[in-house]
Design a protein around this ligand. Structure first.
Ligand code: PMP
Length: 384
């Protein structure tokens, strides 16, 4: 504790992962030991575990405006993205569908990028739609890439480095005009802004980005989707064979509780996170710190900040302040790698602007006192 009101270091890295909600922790607890059971077991404990899994599925359905049967539990968004892309491609191949083109945006997560690129070896073409300087897909450029050869479009709802929220509602009618399917990587938007999956074919989420436990996520597969993805591996038939393996009851119960909590808190969280981010920016300005916002506030998830600090090397900066504040350089996923972030270069930032960039997320459990402390710590570190 610093002054009795918060713990150090202050955690402002909610794009990487969010802390577990106490409600999610409570929901998980009985399933580790007291009620432990495999939800596929036919006995009383197994039946109770299965009921808890179905309750969680129903909570996801409520949060994302879909039906419970449309959700398949996975280990997280990486797996969901892979099943959506590789599994839909395999289903189309099996159906002798002549369409062999995919469109993804230039700022997709690597789990989408690499899965899509791997399909090249199977004769698919991957078109990468650029984003503009504001981090958003240009709808008319996107439209030009679409054709009746397009099988699947994969676009993230919100980005993990710059927090930009894509205009998916504007893309949808154009995608439907050519009869293509859409997969939405909703890992960053889920639980942070309202999102409805009913109009999508497939969508991916990770529990640990919405204050649930790590190691669990879901793939939404619309009942109306043209193809049910082919499984990536085979086993005991769980999740209707699409994602076999023993269901982790505690993780699913925690995920479900986090989703339920999000339903009741979305509006409140949105205001809270936005207020904190605005306060952080205003605080840095008041300290006359020289920094710029890499993307406009309006296009971002509430709480998300991508900031460039003049003349600062973000990798060492993040390290220097880490006893006080946990923030990240451009992307945590690419941390440790030498290449500059492809997301930041896709929006046109120069190498030096990228090197100066830090990523911050002010989340549900951060307080005003924490933000004020973080402002001072960042301002001090900048002066040094
Ligand atoms: N998509 C996006 C947009 C993400 O931010 C992440 C996590 N950084 C993932 C997918 C992958 O999620 P996970 O690591 O939980 O599988």
């Amino acid at each position: 504790m610093s002054d009795g009101s918060f713990n150090l270091p202050i955690y402002l890295d909610g794009h990487a992962t969010t802390p577990l909600a106490p409600e999610a922790e409570d929901a998980m607890s009985p399933w580790w030991h007291r009620n432990a059971a495999n939800p596929n077991s036919p006995h009383r404990r197994g039946i109770a575990a299965a009921a808890s899994v179905e309750e969680a599925r129903a909570n996801l359905a409520t949060l994302f405006g879909a039906s419970p049967q449309e959700f398949v539990f996975t280990s997280g968004a990486t797996e969901s993205n892979n099943i959506a892309i590789l599994g839909v491609a395999a289903a189309a191949e099996a159906a002798h569908d002549p369409r062999r083109e995919l469109i993804i945006s230039a700022i997709e997560h690597k789990s989408v990028f690499s899965a899509a690129k791997s399909l090249k070896a199977r004769g698919f073409s991957i078109h990468v739609c650029p984003v503009r300087r504001d981090g958003l897909i240009d709808v008319s450029t996107f439209e030009q890439m679409l054709s009746e050869r397009t099988l699947l479009v994969s676009v993230m709802a919100a980005n993990n480095e710059i927090g930009t929220v894509q205009p998916i509602a504007a893309l949808l009618p154009i995608i439907r005009t050519v009869g293509a399917m859409i997969h939405v990587d909703a890992a960053q938007i889920a639980g942070k802004l309202p999102v409805e999956f009913a109009d999508y074919d497939y969508a991916s989420v990770s529990s640990h980005k919405l204050y649930g436990p790590m190691g669990i996520g879901a793939l939404f597969v619309s009942a109306a989707a043209q193809y049910r993805p082919r499984p990536l591996f085979y086993g005991g038939g769980q999740e209707a064979g699409l994602r076999p393996g023993t269901l982790p009851t505690p993780l699913i119960a925690g995920f479900g509780a986090a989703a339920k909590l999000a339903v009741g808190r979305l509006g409140q969280d949105e205001v809270h996170c936005r207020t904190l981010a605005d306060r952080l920016v205003a605080g840095l300005e008041a300290h006359q710190v020289r920094f710029r916002r890499n993307v406009e506030n309006l296009n971002q998830l509430p709480g998300s900040l991508s900031l460039g600090f003049d003349g600062i090397d973000s990798a060492s900066f993040v390290n220097v302040i880490s006893n006080d504040v946990c923030i990240s350089e451009g992307s945590a996923c690419s941390s440790g790698q030498i290449q500059p972030s492809y997301v930041l270069s896709s929006i046109g930032l120069s190498k030096s602007e990228i090197d100066e960039t830090v990523r911050i997320y002010c989340g549900r459990y951060n307080s005003i006192a924490e933000i004020d402390y973080a402002v001072n710590a960042i301002a001090e570190a900048c002066k040094k």
